[in-house]
Design a protein around this ligand. Structure first.
Ligand SMILES: Cc1ncc(COP(=O)(O)O)c(C=O)c1O
Length: 401
């Protein structure tokens, strides 16, 4: 097989329109949070038909602010998945709370609602002051559900559990702008839904994020948390009256700039197209892998439409030991796949900081991780490149069998 030119894991879908808009901001007088951020927030708010959209500096900041507004602090526990980027867990630790990890479903990589309920029933007691852990005596306050790879977690079940036990839900939708769940766009929810616009995300502003919700009574607090807890934004202080302000509580410094937002406004206009193109690429992969027994392609539930942020394949258990060799083979052929995710409980920060080394075992998470490879997926990848990637994998299978 002829070696092709490099196929990276992801390439942003940016063209002259974004460049022009960013240059326009740079030529203007105001480059930090201002009118472009407002436009960007408004376009996301309208697209999702929600009451509130607050732009922030990253998906991580969005989640940390969402936890803060939900009142998470020392003495609390938050339940989530280990099959995620570590920031989902780090934000809980930053709030001084403890993390409870629950295993995922075996086909979607998403947190398993049944296992959430089992964990609660086995280890918690409902008291006058909420769900209290029989082991730690701390209070379980909420759940962070991650929409892995662009497919929504089972929010009907998860929201149902949250209601039953009086928990909040934060949605880590870093991968999921453009996805649809039970006919509703991910983001249209009374939970805080946190998007990431990191450079490889479906919609990018280089770095950036947004908290959206249909619960508008929280907007002012979200905004204040994103800017030190200041009572007035920089542009309000600049434009209206005297430059004084009050700091009501110690918030974060997590605002988005107009430079980034200008990019986001154009990316929002392209979002439907981006989602369509990513789904087209996923369908090419599905087609070329159709008869390849050793590879499982992503499973999408019938009531979900995925934003296809990732294309995670699973190699058969018989070839588990060769997962890394598949990656080495691809790299030697100029293909740059990735692995999502190294489970959070495998990282030393987690083992050492939370002092759980060897004490936590999540069989489905660990099995999936040992067999997963994320293949390049982005709007501009060609059909011939997808075929080449699949052919390289097929060659490796023949050698590894
Ligand atoms: C599942 C998940 N959650 C959260 C984040 C954090 O987003 P950000 O990099 O914008 O902070 C990422 C990735 O970047 C992610 O993949």
């Amino acid at each position: 097989m002829m070696k092709q030119k490099e196929i990276p894991f992801s390439i942003p879908f940016i063209n002259e329109r974004e460049i022009k808009e960013v240059v326009k901001v740079l030529r203007g007088k105001w480059i930090t949070t201002g009118s472009e951020v407002k436009r960007f927030e408004e376009s996301v708010r309208e697209y999702l038909d929600v009451s509130t959209a607050v732009a922030v500096s990253s998906g991580t900041a969005a989640m940390e602010i969402a936890l803060a507004v939900n009142g998470v602090g020392p003495g609390d526990e938050v339940l989530t998945t280990s099959y995620t980027f570590a920031s989902t867990v780090i934000v809980i630790l930053h709030r001084g709370a403890d993390v409870v990890l629950v295993d995922v479903e075996d086909r979607t990589f998403n947190i398993d609602a049944e296992k959430i309920e089992r964990e609660i029933k086995e280890n918690y007691e409902m008291t006058g002051s909420g769900l209290i852990s029989r082991k730690s005596k701390k209070r379980l306050k909420g759940i962070i559900a991650v929409h892995f790879g662009g497919q929504s977690a089972d929010m009907k079940l998860i929201n149902g559990i949250a209601e039953k036990y009086n928990l909040f839900v934060v949605e880590d939708a870093a991968h999921a702008i453009g996805s649809v769940h039970h006919g509703i766009k991910t983001g249209k929810s009374r939970n805080f839904v946190c998007f990431s616009f990191y450079s490889n995300k479906n919609l990018t502003t280089g770095e950036g994020g947004m908290i959206v919700t249909d619960k508008n009574e929280n907007e002012q607090k979200l905004r204040m948390y994103s800017l030190h807890g200041i009572s007035k934004s920089a542009i309000e202080r600049y434009k209206n009256g005297l430059p004084f302000y009050d700091i009501v509580f110690p918030g974060y410094k997590a605002n988005l700039t107009d430079i980034q937002a200008a990019l986001g406004v154009i990316q929002m206009e392209k979002l439907e197209r981006i989602t369509e193109l990513r789904n087209r690429v996923a369908n090419w992969y599905n087609h070329y892998f159709k008869d390849v027994e050793e590879i499982s392609t992503p499973f999408i539930k019938e009531y979900n439409s995925s934003a296809r942020h990732l294309y995670p394949i699973l190699i058969s258990p018989s070839l588990r030991q060769r997962r890394d060799d598949f990656i080495v083979d691809m790299r030697s052929k100029n293909i740059y796949p990735s692995v999502h995710f190294i489970p959070v409980h495998f990282h030393s920060f987690y083992k050492n900081f939370v002092n759980l080394d060897g004490k936590i075992h999540l069989p489905v998470t660990e099995d999936l991780f040992s067999r997963e490879i994320s293949l390049p997926i982005f709007p501009g990848i060609k059909k011939s490149e997808v075929k080449y990637i699949v052919d390289v994998i097929k060659d490796s299978i023949v050698r590894f069998r």
